[in-house]
Ligand binder design. Structure first.
Ligand SMILES: *[C@@H]1O[C@H](CO)[C@@H](O)[C@H](O)[C@H]1NC(C)=O
Ligand SMILES: *[C@@H]1O[C@H](CO)[C@@H](O)[C@H](O)[C@H]1NC(C)=O
Ligand SMILES: *[C@@H]1O[C@H](CO)[C@@H](O)[C@H](O)[C@H]1NC(C)=O
Length: 279
């Protein structure tokens, strides 16, 4: 058993680590496995659930409603960032998570797909020392366990391994929500020459866009973002994503600095369906 203590943040969250968990220890909630395996090849390592692409079916049987999901996602990303900081592993926000940071340094409430990246060497380190580690994360008024699971196909460097684009996951063992962790690798044969980084999910960029990483906060805890974050966001989502204050049934309330739902009565499953088209 390994034990690590992170700094005591303002929210008083304390992660600790248990190595080499197996599923009998980690799966507390259910006996049924709701993983969607049908029609997918055996070489695929991570399975999503039958009810949503953004839940791990080993840990949950249904999606949370809006309020509960937002709460769970906040704890998910906080626990991840704090744990990686205490392990000394550099990680940065990407994709929709970076877009959430841009608006108010918080998650986008309609986006249950959180994304972060690490370097390839960090992924080797995680695979060697932290695969299947079970991290207890406590905070005032709650706390739960998270599992760090590394895809054994992380050693396959190119995108031809199309069923294993995600190198690792940080999984909430209560709700089944997870963060996708992808490694960026130097691409030595890239036509644009030296310094090109790429991840298996097809995203490519030059290292000078990433480094030096900027230090910031996300959901109230320390976080890092790419140096040229604006170029990343405009490249991926278009300039409008940085200025449109209305998106996916939400309005950005500039006084509260919050994305709020146009119709707060809308909760539950139909929400999940719409969200997947929009994020
Ligand atoms: C969302 O789920 C929680 C927990 O199951 C429940 O307490 C709450 O009432 C639900 N909210 C709505 C609006 O259904
Ligand atoms: C992590 O552990 C799981 C469960 O034992 C195993 O299936 C997987 O191959 C391991 N990943 C790596 C990178 O070794
Ligand atoms: C390097 O980049 C090229 C061009 O985008 C791509 O076709 C190739 O798969 C990449 N190689 C690796 C190892 O990622």
């Amino acid at each position: 058993m390994r034990l690590s203590l992170a700094y005591l943040g303002a929210l008083c969250m304390i992660p600790s680590v248990f190595a080499d968990a197996d599923f009998s220890q980690v799966r507390l909630n259910q006996d049924v496995d709701m993983s969607r395996r049908a029609g997918l090849p055996a070489e695929k390592y991570f399975f999503e659930s039958t009810f949503s692409m953004h839940y791990d079916g080993r840990f949950a049987a249904h999606a949370l409603n809006y309020t509960e999901q937002t709460k769970a996602l906040r704890d998910l990303v906080r626990s991840y960032l704090m744990t990686f900081q205490s392990l000394g592993i550099e990680t940065w926000l990407m994709h929709g998570t970076l877009l959430g940071w841009w608006w108010n340094k918080q998650i986008l409430p309609w986006d249950s797909d959180l994304d972060v990246q690490v370097t390839e060497s960090s992924m080797f380190y995680l695979a060697a020392y932290y695969n299947m580690t079970y991290h207890r994360y406590r905070r005032i008024g709650g706390g739960r366990h998270y599992l760090l699971e590394v895809n054994p196909n992380y050693v396959v460097r190119d995108q031809s391994d199309m069923y294993n684009l995600i190198d690792a996951r940080w999984i909430d063992t209560v709700s089944g929500l997870f963060i996708d962790i992808t490694a960026v690798r130097y691409n030595l044969t890239h036509p644009q020459g030296e310094g090109m980084l790429g991840s298996k999910d097809g995203h490519e960029y030059r290292d000078t866009y990433l480094y030096p990483l900027r230090e910031t906060k996300f959901e109230g805890v320390k976080a890092k973002i790419p140096y040229k974050f604006r170029d990343f966001l405009v490249g991926e989502y278009g300039g409008k994503a940085l200025s449109n204050t209305e998106y996916n049934y939400h309005i950005f309330d500039e006084e509260k600095m919050q994305w709020v739902r146009k119709n707060p009565d809308e909760e539950g499953e139909p929400w999940v369906e719409r969200k997947q088209q929009g994020s």
